[in-house]
Structure formats: C-alpha cells, structure tokens
Design a binder for this molecule. Structure first.
Ligand code: ATP
Ligand code: MG
Length: 658
C-alpha cells in the first residue's frame, strides 16, 4: 500500500465512530438473531436454561434460580454434574478423541499437543494420584503453576474429584502464595521447578518452597519438572514428582464424581488492585454453564476452532476462556508460556500464523505495547485465519481499538470489548459479535439476560452521556456465590450500596464507574476510585487517556487526580511516548490541546510527566493509586504487587526534579 492511501485510510478510520459486524462473519456466527435480547428478557429466568443446555447433566435440576438466600442466589438447584466430564469424557464419547484439546508452545519453541483422548488419560492418571495422596471431595488444592499444560490437567483432575482448586498466579510472590494457602486451609500444592521468561530459567520451586515456610499446617507438594537439566531441586525429597505420579497411574480409570450444581468448583483470589485479596467462590453448575454459553455467544467458538486467549490461567480470564469455556465446547485451546517479545516482537503473530488461530482474545495493555512496537511486526505474518478479536481487562480506547481492528483483524474481524470481573465468572457487557454494531471505546450493551444499568449515587438512572455507577439488577448463573468463609464481606463488598434488603431487592455493585448512551451502550470509565473530580465535574480517567493517546507519537497514558486548592482535584497525566519520539514542549502542547478539544478545558492536564514506563500490576493493569501518591507527594506505600516496582521510583524522581 502506498503512503498516501495508507494516510487516507488512517484518517477515515480515525473519524469512523461505528462499525458493523463484517458480513462474512455474520454469515457463520453462532448467534445472529437480534430477538434474543427480548426473548431473554421476557423469559427470565428460564432463558438461562439456554446456558445449562451446553452441559451434560447427571441429574436434571429442579429450578433455574433459587432466591431464598439472596444475595446468595443458587443456580440450577437439584442438578448434578461433573466439570471434567463436561470438558473431556463427553467429547471423547462423541468421537472427538483425536481432536486437539490443548496446543501448547513453550517460550524456547518446543511444542506439545494433547488430544481430548490424551488429556482425559492424563487427567485420570493425575486424579488417581491425588486421590491416593488423600485428596477428598471438598479439599482445596493450590495450583501454583505458570502457563504449562499441567495446570489445566491439574484443574480438571481436581474438578474430577470434586476438590476445589485455588490457582495462584505464578508471578505472585512467596508471601502471596502463603497468604492464599493459609486463607483457604489448603493442604495440597502443585507447583513446578521453574519456567522460562525471556529465555531465562526462573527458579519457581525456590519461591514455592519459601512460601511454604510461612504456612503452619502440613502440606503435600507435587512438583512438575519443567526445566529438565536446568532444574534446581529445591524440594529435594520433600515433594512428589508429577511425571513419576502420572507414569505410575497411567491407564487408571477415575470415574467423575457427580457434584451438586451448587458445589464449589474453585476459589480464585482477585488480583488485588484494590485492598486485600478476596477469595471468590464459584459454583459448578452456574459457572460452567455461563462460561460455555458466553464462549459460544460472545467468542463465537465452535468445536473446529483454535482459540487463543492470552490471559494467564492465574486470572479469571484464563479460567473461563483458556480452560473451562473452550473445553466445555470441545474446541482447541492454545497456550503459550512466554512473553510477546521473545525472541522478537512478532512472536504472537508468528504463533497465530503457525497455529491458524481463529479467535484471539487479549488485553488493552498488550495492544498498546503492539502499537508502540509498530505495525511492521504483524504486517509480515499471515493472520488471515483470524475471525474474531477480543479485548478484556481494562477499557480499550478508540485509538487502540482501531489499530487492533486494522492491523490485526484486517478490518474483517469484529472486536468484542468484554467487560467483566473475577466475581462475574464470564463476560457481562459486550457486543454480541454477529448482531451488534460496534462503537470503539464503548464495551457495548449488556448481554442478553443481564440487567446492567448506570445510576447516580442515589440509585437513579443517569441521563445518557453522564458519568455514574455501573450496577447489575438481576442475578446471573456465573455470579460468585460468596467470598470464602466471609459471607459478611461478600454482602458489604457487593450488595450494600444499592440494595434494599428490607424489600428483598438485591443490586450487585461491581465498583466501576460508567456512562450509557441512547442505544444502551455502556462505556466503562474504570474503578470508582479512578474517577477524577475537577470542580465538581466527574471525569473518567479512560476518556482523558484516550484523548492523549490520540496524539501522534504517544504510546500510552495514565491520568490521576492531584489535590488542588481550588478545583478539588487537578488532572495530572503520565505519558509514555512511542520509540524514537522526543518529550518536547510542542508534544506537551499537543497533548493538552487534544484533551481540551476532545473533552473540554475542564479536563485540561495541569501537569504532563513524560516517562518510559507506567507502574503495572502483575495482571498488567495500570496502578493509578501509586501515580496519585506521586502526584500528591505522598508516601508510596506497598509496591510489592507491581510487575515493575522500579518504574514508580523513576517517575517519583522525575516528578521531584521538576
Ligand atoms: P481487585 O478486585 O482485587 O481490586 P481487579 O478488579 O483488578 O482486582 P479483576 O476481577 O481481574 O480484578 O478485574 C475486573 C476489573 O477490570 C473490572 O471491575 C473493571 O474495572 C476492569 N475491566 C475488565 N474488563 C474491562 C473492559 N472491557 N472495560 C473496562 N474495564 C474492564
Ligand atoms: Mg475488582
């Protein structure tokens, strides 16, 4: 393409505000009838049987939802099922024994494929080993593993036995592991010796071992040997070897334990961007139905698809859309161990080309990194296998959305910007890709059957365009059941702001700010504490950041409120420039102008700080709390959950020097 047509295309895209789902996509989509929204609304809650139908039940449920203990709603009560049976056995019985269930690539380039038959065998062998070790139905098993196939194997083995798993993100520290094991009284740990990051072998076993020092009760450990010769044997004889256990139980038959729909499938501690981690509890029937239904309706997955969700399994996104959703539907799920820029910045595009990935689901932070690196990296690869793109984790600004749409999807793949949380189990607010018009910057309408609203502090609906709070007015199958052993915090955290307990009216509060437009499209503005109040105007950080990244040369931005005598708060912007760009006064002026033009003078950044990196949590979210501390000259406090603790210190020094 010549430079001039490229520029023309670029400016047409920049101006375009809505995008229709491409015809070629709609023709084959799983859900194409717009009447589904009214159908769900009119038949609520029976509409949720549509989700339950994606599963095979050992015993039919009596009622769809039981509100007797609201807000601890129960779903598909009386029903019985097993999650590992639903993700494995039934596909093998249906003739999919030789279809790939998991395709994996390690960072160094080695590959492994597990067919559904092979995966079932290994899950049964490992389940037999766990059972022999004493794991019983109801025992919490901690899985502290990186992105290796043994992690889904262990999850499904636990599910087979009815033992809730608690996956702890491998990037978390020894202390984080210990806190979670103590909190869940977990007496079993599955971990590994190490894994690769940017070509380097990390000593994960030592970290796990250090964590166990702070757990008082006895723990049985199983260690996966990932590093081979480079292995450090931190555990010595104190642990079982995963490989030896599986070999010993090869060929074992472990019948899936039939579980009540309401039995716990897993615990997952939230990422902890705000406050203390919460042990979110998900139930077997509701969670699995919802993961399968949303993977079908939103990710449009079919059994013939190869799906790549880049999220680590340590997060809910990985639970629902690397493991449970795709496997429940009998699709092929792709896993990659390492970073997107190893050995080079085109690793992801290489993997998509090589594995003919159909659906690709990633996070805005990754998309912003790809933009910063430049479109030449995807351009040299054949990405034509892609049919649908997804985004999750943070709001995606229109600029990044359009880049993703053009340079990865070649303007032929719809993008689903999916808003949801650990607590919701699956996606909640997003376009249905075969039906809805897409509006970059807005996640979309609530999914069929989900009653999402944007309200003011009193709980009244806000006028379209105004900022308010996102609330969910009806329960849904994928919702958390409680916080582990803390029903009280469950109620106060999510059900106290807007519910009317006396009238038995329960409204879920996700603690996110949002706006809604005339078509019911919801733009998530970020967490409630990320909203900046300038002279009484509530400004979403995402909107301002979006105006900043619109400026040519800007890669990424984070804005926070700095205390201000007159305005209450003033906007302070931290800006990362693309490679090769200079932090000049002219650049600063263009940034200020873009915010004034895009939102209004009220949002004008009082201060613009150029920096090479933004502080990110291990789940890759910008940690605005720390940037706010810096802007206000306050103590930094705890930076231990950061991926890049050095970044804050550099920024603090820069701001101090100004
Ligand atoms: P914690 O609750 O422990 O502070 P966390 O909220 O970061 O951690 P998650 O459950 O992983 O943990 O993240 C959910 C949050 O991520 C949502 O509440 C929302 O703020 C943000 N989010 C997720 N997807 C989107 C999206 N598509 N658009 C906007 N925000 C999103
Ligand atoms: Mg949260």
């Amino acid at each position: 393409m010549s430079d001039t047509t490229d520029t023309k295309l670029e400016s047409r895209l920049e101006e375009q505000e809505t995008f229709e789902p491409p015809k070629s996509f709609v023709e084959q989509a799983n859900v194409t009838d717009p009447a589904i929204r009214t159908e769900f609304e009119e038949n609520w809650p029976e509409c949720w049987e549509r989700a339950a139908e994606f599963l095979s039940w050992d015993w039919e449920y009596d009622s769809v939802v039981d509100a007797a203990d609201a807000p601890q709603y129960e779903w598909f009560t009386g029903g019985r099922l097993n999650a590992s049976y639903n993700c494995l056995d039934r596909h093998v019985e249906d003739g999919a024994k030789n279809r790939a269930a998991i395709k994996w690539e390690g960072e160094l380039g080695e590959t492994r494929t597990y067919t559904y038959g092979e995966l079932l065998n290994e899950v049964e062998a490992f389940a037999a080993a766990l059972r022999e070790m004493g794991v019983e139905t109801g025992d919490a098993v901690t899985l502290y593993l990186p992105m290796v196939p043994e992690l889904p194997v262990a999850m499904l083995a636990c599910a087979r036995l009815g033992a809730p798993h608690s996956v702890v993100f491998a990037g978390f520290s020894a202390d984080a592991l210990a806190t979670r094991m103590r909190s869940s009284d977990s007496e079993y740990l599955v971990t590994c010796d190490g894994y690769y990051r940017r070509g380097e072998a990390l000593n994960h076993g030592q970290k796990a071992k250090n964590g166990l020092r702070n757990v008082d009760h006895d723990v049985e450990s199983i260690v996966v040997n990932r590093l081979g010769d480079e292995s450090d044997s931190s555990f010595g004889d104190d642990a079982h070897d995963y490989g030896a256990l599986v070999a010993e139980h090869e060929g074992a038959s472990v019948p899936p334990v039939s579980r009540d729909a309401e039995d716990v499938l897993f615990l997952l501690y939230t990422s902890g961007t705000t406050g203390q981690p919460k042990g979110v509890e998900h139930a077997t029937g509701g969670y699995l139905s919802y993961a399968a239904w949303t993977a079908h309706a939103v990710l449009d997955l079919e059994p013939t698809d190869t799906h790549w969700c880049t999220a680590d399994i340590g997060w809910i996104t990985g639970h629902s859309y690397v493991v449970y959703g795709p496997l429940a539907l009998g699709a092929t799920t792709f896993m990659y161990e390492g970073t997107p820029d190893y050995p080079d910045r085109d690793r992801f595009w290489k993997l998509i080309e090589k594995n003919r990935v159909d659906v690709f689901y990633t996070a805005p932070t990754a998309i912003r990194a790809f933009m910063k690196w430049g479109e030449e990296y995807p351009a040299t690869h054949d990405l034509s296998s892609l049919r649908l793109l997804g985004s999750v984790g943070e709001p995606i600004d229109p600029h990044a959305w359009k880049w993703y749409y053009k340079h990865i999807g070649d303007e032929e793949c719809p993008i689903v910007d999916t808003w949801w949380q650990t607590e919701t189990g699956g996606t909640m607010v997003t376009t249905v890709p075969g039906i809805d018009t897409m509006k970059p910057g807005s996640a979309g309408p609530a999914l069929p059957g989900i009653d999402a609203r944007v309200v003011d502090a009193d709980g009244d609906p806000v006028a379209p365009g105004n900022a308010g709070y996102l609330v969910i007015r009806k329960p849904w199958p994928g919702m958390l059941r409680t916080l582990y052993r803390n029903d009280e915090r469950f109620r106060s955290e999510y059900w106290s702001e807007y519910s009317e307990p006396d009238e038995d009216e329960w409204i879920y509060f996700p603690e996110d700010g949002a706006k809604i437009d005339d078509d019911g499209y919801i733009t998530v503005l970020g967490r409630v504490d990320d909203v900046i109040n300038v002279s009484g105007h509530r400004l979403g950080t995402m909107e301002i950041e979006s105006a900043i990244v619109d400026v040519a040369g800007v890669a990424e931005a984070a804005v926070v409120g700095a205390d201000h005598d007159v305005k209450g708060e003033a906007v302070c912007a931290y800006v990362v420039l693309k490679n090769g760009e200079e932090p000049t006064v002219a650049m600063r002026d263009r940034i200020v102008e873009s915010v004034e033009d895009g939102i209004g003078p009220i949002a004008r950044p009082e201060k613009v700080v150029f920096t090479s990196e933004l502080p990110k949590t291990r789940s890759d979210k910008i940690m605005r709390r720390l940037l706010e501390n810096i802007a206000n000259g306050e103590e930094l406090g705890d930076t231990s959950t950061l991926r890049n603790p050095d970044a804050v210190e550099t920024i603090a020094r820069q701001v101090g020097d100004d």
